[in-house]
Write a protein that binds this ligand. Structure first.
Ligand code: BDR
Ligand code: CA
Length: 305
């Protein structure tokens, strides 16, 4: 079992990723933390609790994180994810409660008590993680790696160069990429290839109540490409379980924090300024067919919860 801390902003693709992580026996979620992103942090926290309740894991610790980026004004993506962040399905009444401690304190506690360094997976902006790095530098040695959905070497989705999670809080992203902790960057270079076709999304509806729930959320999801819908955040969980689906390349990545290119992730592809050093394993290609098949195979298992 891979023990992880999962930091999210659900958000429909976050919700799909979490549904897999909560129910796949190879993943051991030690802590769930929320961050403002697709919708406000009140809503992302509620959405995490909706899912831990749905999958009958109300004991799983959920901690509320940052309500806004470090410096920038907060702007949500409710135009993609709906006003609630998880529209289209009537979830059962929440039986879980959030921790009384905030996300950063909760992360620090879990890391300091962990016997081995742990992986932190982030599928929202990286505000909580940046705050953790700033306030608990002593705990960097307890972080094995960051597996991040975000960034792109091939154009953005909120500007010509910036991907949403990095764009939302580029100052946080800059702190994370400079932290010295190994990073896996699962960005638009692969997530825009890992599409779920509309046929697949329809077929999922008949795979029990979990399939019905995911079908309704994915149908309401506003992100769409020719050929299907990109479930960006699901790729972080898929990468943990099936790294062989992904081709990666090591680069030095810098974050642009200001100006028209704010939120861009720049790779030193020609070794001009990084002196041969790298800080990030960037996913540059994916076996999209294997991803889609793997995704569908996850759903029957979810119904055992
Ligand atoms: C990322 O932005 C969010 O809207 C999605 O949840 C995903 O994490 C894709 O750019
Ligand atoms: Ca997300």
């Amino acid at each position: 079992m891979t023990p992880i801390i999962l930091d999210m902003d659900p958000g429909i693709d976050d919700a799909v990723a979490l549904s897999i992580a909560l129910t796949n026996s190879a993943i051991d979620i030690k802590l769930l933390t929320s961050v403002a992103g697709n919708v406000s942090v009140d809503k992302t926290t509620t959405n995490l609790l909706k899912l831990t309740t749905f999958f009958k894991q109300p004991q799983l610790p959920v901690a509320r994180g940052a309500a806004a980026p470090l410096k920038k004004a907060f702007a949500d993506a409710s135009y993609i994810h709906g006003a609630s962040g998880m529209p289209g399905y009537e979830f059962p009444e929440i039986t879980a409660k959030p921790l009384t401690t905030d996300a950063v304190s909760a992360m620090a506690k879990v890391l300091s008590e962990a016997p081995e360094p742990m992986t932190i997976v982030a599928t929202g902006s990286y505000t909580n993680i940046a705050l953790l790095i700033q306030t608990h530098p002593d705990l960097l040695k307890k972080i094995k790696e960051f597996v991040l959905m975000g960034g792109s070497l091939s154009g953005g989705n909120v500007s010509s160069v910036a991907e949403f999670n990095v764009f939302t809080d580029p100052d946080a992203a800059s702190i994370v990429f400079k932290s010295g902790v190994p990073i896996v960057m699962i960005g638009l270079d692969v997530t825009l290839k890992a599409l779920l076709s509309l046929e697949t999304i329809d077929a999922v509806a008949d795979i029990g109540e979990a399939g019905n729930m995911l079908h309704k959320l994915m149908t309401a999801y506003g992100d769409s490409e020719p050929g299907g819908k990109p479930m960006h955040d699901v790729n972080t969980i898929c990468y943990l379980l099936k790294p062989e689906f992904y081709t990666t390349k090591d680069y030095w990545i810098d974050i642009i924090t200001d100006g028209p290119a704010a939120g861009a992730t720049i790779a030193d592809t020609q070794n001009r300024w990084s002196n041969g050093k790298t800080n990030t394993k960037v996913a540059i290609n994916i076996d999209a067919n294997a991803f889609e098949k793997w995704f569908v195979a996850q759903i029957p298992v979810m119904n055992h919860y």
